[in-house]
Design a protein. Structure first.
Length: 272
């Protein structure tokens, strides 16, 4: 059983909702990425989503686009991201790590080399925004062979027929985008979210994670009512941008933000 599956099984047994923070590797500088990851775990993260910097992150809003720009200025390549994961694993062998990115860097490295290196580093899952199941005939078997879960996105506009196809191929969990548009967009329609997750549950027993539009403890707790995991990205990356000139303060700053969400989710979980 993968680390991701084990994590969700334990959380379900404990009646808890997973909290998954996202940061971009190498933002604002490479040396602070691993300390930030450890700080996020210490403040309540159950899984970690680490962004692979890319020059054209089409699904991401301006906050994460700028994070990618800062990381690329630091020459943070896919190889360097995997080195960061390996460094994180020196102290933490339990927390699942999911890489999030785009197809181009993976294709440039080669799927087999990526899978081998990622497995050795301790990567548990890969979410490739621009590689849907229909285009993953080579990619998915290669990841499967190296114990890496392929995680797919479902959007508010995804048809029921396509949901069925995605659910058939997904591993680890299914990531539901709560808003139309890019990361960092507006408010979540909770009634629509509940309806869409109910539809998804008709086609998969995998945990359902929800991201986009989660800004604070209140929104995180609301999403935890209907989802198995709450994914938080732009709010944390915006905090990184605000502290980029004082990177040593970042682990503490991120920990404070995430702890507020963790407490709010825990309170809601206890009330269920």
């Amino acid at each position: 059983m993968s680390r991701i599956s084990q994590c969700f099984e334990q959380l379900k047994a404990d009646g808890q909702t997973a909290l998954i923070p996202y940061i971009t590797a190498g933002d604002p500088e490479p040396l602070v990425t691993v300390p930030m990851l450890h700080a996020l775990v210490e403040s309540g993260a159950n899984l970690l989503e680490l962004g692979i910097p890319f020059s054209d992150p089409m699904a991401d809003g301006p906050v994460i686009q700028k994070a990618c720009e800062r990381a690329l200025k630091n020459d943070v390549s896919l190889k360097r991201v995997l080195e960061m994961v390996a460094q994180f694993r020196e102290k933490d062998t339990e927390t699942p790590i999911i890489l999030m990115g785009y197809a181009n860097p993976l294709e440039a490295m080669g799927y087999t080399e990526f899978a081998q290196t990622a497995q050795k580093a301790g990567v548990d899952g890969i979410l490739t925004v621009d590689m849907p199941p229909e285009e993953s005939d080579t990619f998915m078997p290669t990841m499967d062979a190296h114990g890496i879960d392929t995680i797919f996105l479902v959007a508010p506009t995804t048809t029921e027929a396509r949901i069925a196809k995605i659910a058939k191929h997904a591993k680890g969990f299914v990531y539901y985008i709560s808003l139309k548009g890019v990361t960092g967009s507006t408010m979540i329609d909770m009634s629509q979210l509940g309806e869409k997750l109910a539809l998804l549950r008709k086609y998969t027993d995998l945990p359902l994670g929800v991201g986009f539009g989660i800004r604070d403890g209140q929104s995180a707790a609301a999403v935890s009512d209907v989802a198995d995991a709450v994914v938080v990205g732009s709010t944390l990356v915006n905090c990184i941008a605000e502290h980029q000139d004082n990177p040593e303060s970042l682990p503490g700053a991120l920990a404070g933000l995430l702890a507020e969400m963790r407490h709010a989710i825990n309170a809601r979980d206890m009330a269920k």
